[in-house]
Ligand binder design. Structure first.
Ligand code: RUB
Length: 318
């Protein structure tokens, strides 16, 4: 593989995504688009083909950081598909413009889906959350703006405890929060009116891929009769699942689950750390996007509208 001049800020963004300093599907997408714009500004490429090849290499570097959130390749695709021009300056401008446009659409989509998700919530409702999803929080924020009072039971979300971020954000919004460990969720579901989660990817059959523990929560919510919705902008729709591909579930380092000393005390065991799981559509009541609310089984119609029959890989080395 040829060596390309990748700018330091692009490497830094890739590293921040891989180590989860930058995390959450929507945030990752926005940062990736911005990193492409920075790469376009800072590249030393002087020939159009060299510029294009460097941008494709930059996209590949970002693509390899985390495999599950499809918002990442969808962001890269959005920007690279709009890279056009016969000279470096025009190419550069097209990338910078596309990244800015992507950011604006991301923000608007979140606001729009927030309004739709908020309509599902009633004044006085208690919600239960899992992980930290900015799309899910947009629904709560919009409900509060509509004058509704909302309380929250927030799952800690082992092993990285993203529930702490959710708890802090909700507190900042003035929502009374009760933090619980993950295994207490079923006990508290009787006090809950809605379960509200985000998504890293949504497959063509309506399966929701989100932080590990979402599927167990969904099964329990169904058993307790508590509605569960996924708040997910359309950049979470996974176009490759239209052609039968499955979504890769990221396996992360065991050190996130158990420290070296404890592991040595326990003895010779295997430790696994899947970051995400798959909730089948029958356990999800609704997928809320900026284009409206969908029963999971019908999300495929929206996917076909947006992606046709599949998606290309404009970052491929040619
Ligand atoms: C984050 C996670 C979030 C989704 C949606 O996982 O699973 O629920 O990404 O987030 P991680 P958003 O912390 O491993 O990245 O709604 O902000 O896109």
């Amino acid at each position: 593989m040829a060596d390309y001049d990748l700018a330091d800020p692009l490497e830094e963004t890739a590293e921040a995504i891989a180590t989860m300093e930058v995390r959450g599907a929507a945030t990752i997408a926005g940062e990736a688009a911005d990193a492409l714009a920075t790469q376009a500004r800072e590249t030393a490429a002087t020939e159009p083909e060299e510029f294009r090849a460097t941008m494709r290499a930059a996209a590949r570097r970002l693509r390899e950081t985390r495999p599950t959130a499809v918002s990442l390749p969808n962001a890269l695709r959005y920007v690279l598909q709009r890279m056009e021009g016969n000279d470096v300056e025009t190419l550069r401008e097209s990338v910078v413009r596309a990244a800015a446009e992507f950011d604006r659409r991301l923000e608007r989509a979140q606001e729009d889906l927030g309004q739709i998700g908020a309509n599902r919530l009633q004044d006085g409702d208690t919600i239960m959350t899992h992980c930290h999803s900015t799309d899910a929080l947009a629904c709560v924020e919009a409900a509060l703006e509509q004058g509704k009072e909302i309380e929250a039971i927030v799952k800690e979300t082992r092993p990285r405890k993203q529930g702490h971020i959710t708890a802090e954000r909700l507190r900042e919004l003035g929502v009374p929060v009760t933090l619980i460990v993950d295994s207490a969720a079923r006990r508290y579901l009787d006090e809950v009116d809605h379960v509200l989660v985000g998504a890293d990817s949504i497959a063509a059959d309506g399966s929701v891929i989100n932080k590990i523990g979402t599927s167990g929560l969904a099964v329990n919510a169904r058993e307790r009769g508590v509605p569960i919705m996924t708040a997910a902008q359309t950049i979470k729709l996974h176009p490759e699942t239209l052609t039968g591909h499955t979504v890769e579930i990221e396996m992360r380092d065991e050190a996130e689950v158990i420290d070296d000393e404890t592991r040595a005390d326990v003895g010779d065991i295997d430790v696994e750390n899947p970051a995400f799981d798959v909730t089948p559509p029958r356990y999800m009541d609704a997928i809320v996007t900026e284009s409206g609310q969908f029963p999971p089984e019908s999300i495929v119609t929206l996917m076909r509208e947006l992606f046709g029959e599949g998606a290309d890989e404009p970052w491929a080395e040619s």
